[in-house]
Design a protein around this ligand. Structure first.
Ligand SMILES: [Zn+2]
Length: 77
């Protein structure tokens, strides 16, 4: 059972998500808010590097590593 965490960037409750098997993450917590300033800001940054990129970074926590924050690269829909 994972702790409940709230995204520090938008205040939305983070949701558990099972990473792809090849990622080795297991269950993590992710901010799935598309309006999150962290997510929207990351899209902006990445687009400066590659105009065709639809990638963004979501704020995520790794419960297996003491709930350490990391950037979860995800497709921008
Ligand atoms: Zn957020």
């Amino acid at each position: 059972m994972l702790e409940e965490h709230v995204c520090p960037h938008c205040g939305v409750k983070m949701e558990s998500w099972i990473g792809p098997p090849e990622s080795g993450w297991g269950e993590i917590l992710v901010c799935n808010n598309n309006e999150c300033v962290f997510y929207r800001g990351s899209q902006h940054d990445i687009r400066h590097k590659d105009e065709d990129s639809n990638l963004g970074c979501r704020y995520a926590l790794d419960p297996d590593n003491g709930y350490t924050a990391f950037n979860l690269l995800s497709w921008y829909k």
